[in-house]
Ligand binder design. Structure first.
Ligand code: GLN
Length: 484
């Protein structure tokens, strides 16, 4: 059976050409056979998946229709799943079985999705390479010597290797878009507040946002339909009328103004990536889009501001892992202080500890004004840059990452070099804007991502532009040979 996209499978399920059970078995078998080569899953929920598939088949037989009915998906292991281990890529939560479902999981289950398992990720979503996971690195299906990006590297690699048609990710500073670019899949970080954070383990709450990862923009639209929506259990969830994100995919691009920020094409951008991105932009131009040169003058401040704000929030969020209520607890604590310190020392990895220390420092009395408050002001400047840009243009486009997927171990010893992987993605998180990455070309066999950033609530437009691009090009259909 040839592998199809999520939307393709949806049509075939509804036409009765395949059952959800057959489809689920097909992907479970692929995971069993091929995942040992890339380590993209932490947990595979075979029995549960087959039961969900049977239930979906009964609903299909009754003529029921739901957006993801019978379709196999995977959840990033940052989303709580009732009765299933939710590790967040950390030793701290290695034995944690969530007592409830995250809103995203609940919504997708209600839409009929069949969860195949939980995907590997950087520990607590801190990283750009998936090398900080307690469960070992994920390998890039295009070249197993290279990283898949992070932190949603498990989801990206699993979708790229077609071990699952679609998966969820989360993006605090680029963790959906950067691995999507490195693995040659399509990923969307929605507007902050679109997708509920309830039950999504917190890293930096004012930046974290869940979103879909799949082969195509059409598939991401289908996923987002199920994921997005108001949730009273998340105080930052936005109350918006329901939207069908698949509805506007076919609009043409005539007259669409695409902003090209000067700062995203400057020094530090790999020459081959630049060329691939320019070729991709030419395709959009042929479809009627008009390029406009713009400036986002505070772009160079986004990484420094992020690495104050994100650690500050993480140090606060991760204070809850104290060995008392849940998570790892050390053996034979001498006293309470020993319980706290050893549980945390043993449970967290090096990158998480680094962030907690930076965060505690920038929030401490005496340094708060100099670092945290300053970073918040910079954050406002960055948001203002975008506000002005969107007076001139409809979407902003540029590379997702400055370079190609790098080799395992290449940046692990140098955190700052690692942090610079997200130089083009972080600003959208600081401003709360939606951003999408899609495969836009290759260098050798390695994929290159094109990033689109939209105005608030303009996910529909990003998906429309990406879909139009994907009507014209076949990059999103490419599959790594070893997994075909
Ligand atoms: N790579 C960035 C970091 O390490 C972003 C991670 C993310 O988006 N979760 O913080």
């Amino acid at each position: 059976m040839t592998l199809d996209t999520l939307s393709g499978w949806a049509r075939r399920l509804q036409a009765g050409e395949i059952s959800s059970r057959e489809l689920t078995e097909l992907y479970l078998d692929r995971i069993e056979r091929l995942d040992p080569d890339i380590n993209s899953f932490v947990t595979v929920t075979r029995e549960q998946a087959l039961a969900a598939a049977d239930a979906a088949d009964q609903r299909l037989a009754r003529g029921e229709r739901a957006p993801l009915l019978g379709l196999p998906v995977a959840q990033k292991d940052i989303f709580c799943t009732r009765g299933v281990r939710t590790s967040c890529g950390s030793r701290m939560l290695d034995a944690f079985v969530a007592p409830y479902d995250a809103s995203v999981v609940e919504r997708m289950n209600a839409a009929g999705a069949v969860m195949l398992g939980k995907t590997n990720m950087d520990e607590f979503a801190m990283g750009s390479s998936n090398e900080t996971s307690h469960y070992g690195p994920v390998l890039n299906p295009w070249d197993p010597e290279r990283v898949p990006g992070g932190s949603s590297g498990g989801s990206a690699a699993a979708v790229a290797a077609r071990l699952v048609p679609a998966a969820t990710g989360t993006d605090t500073g680029g963790s959906i878009r950067q691995p999507a670019a490195f693995c040659g899949v399509t990923g969307l970080k929605p507007t902050y507040g679109r997708v509920s954070r309830y039950g999504m383990i917190a890293f930096a709450s004012s930046l974290d946002q869940g979103g879909p990862m799949a082969a195509s923009a059409e598939d991401c639209a289908l996923m987002l339909n199920a994921m997005a929506g108001f949730d009273s259990r998340d105080s930052t969830s936005l109350e918006r009328p329901d939207e069908d994100f698949t509805a506007g995919l076919d609009r043409d691009l005539k007259g669409l103004r695409i902003g090209l920020p000067r700062e995203y094409f400057g020094d530090g951008l790999h020459a081959d990536v630049r060329r691939a991105v320019q070729d991709a932009l030419a395709v959009l131009r042929e479809r009627g889009a008009e390029p406009v040169e713009i400036s986002l003058p505070n772009s160079d401040l986004s990484v420094p501001a992020y690495y104050v704000v994100a650690p500050a929030e993480c140090s606060s969020n991760l204070a809850r892992y104290d060995g008392v209520r849940f998570g790892h607890r050390c053996n034979d604590p001498r006293d309470l202080m020993d319980l706290y310190t050893r549980s945390r020392a043993e449970g967290f990895g090096a990158e998480v500890k680094r962030r907690i220390m930076i965060g505690t420092y920038v929030l401490s009395a005496g340094y708060y004004d100099a670092y945290y408050l300053k970073a918040q002001k910079v954050r406002r400047l960055i948001a203002e840059d975008f506000r002005r840009a969107f007076e001139q243009v409809d979407v902003i486009a540029g590379p997702t990452t400055p370079e190609l997927p790098f080799r395992l171990g290449e940046k692990s010893a140098d955190p700052v070099r690692m942090y610079l992987s997200d130089i083009y993605t972080i600003a959208a998180n600081l401003a709360g804007l939606p951003g999408l990455s899609m495969p836009a070309g290759t260098i050798g066999s390695l994929p290159v991502g094109l990033q689109l950033i939209g105005n608030y609530f303009d996910e529909g437009r990003l998906l429309n532009v990406a879909h139009q691009f994907q009507q014209e090009t076949g990059w999103h259909q490419r599959m790594p040979a070893a997994f075909a």
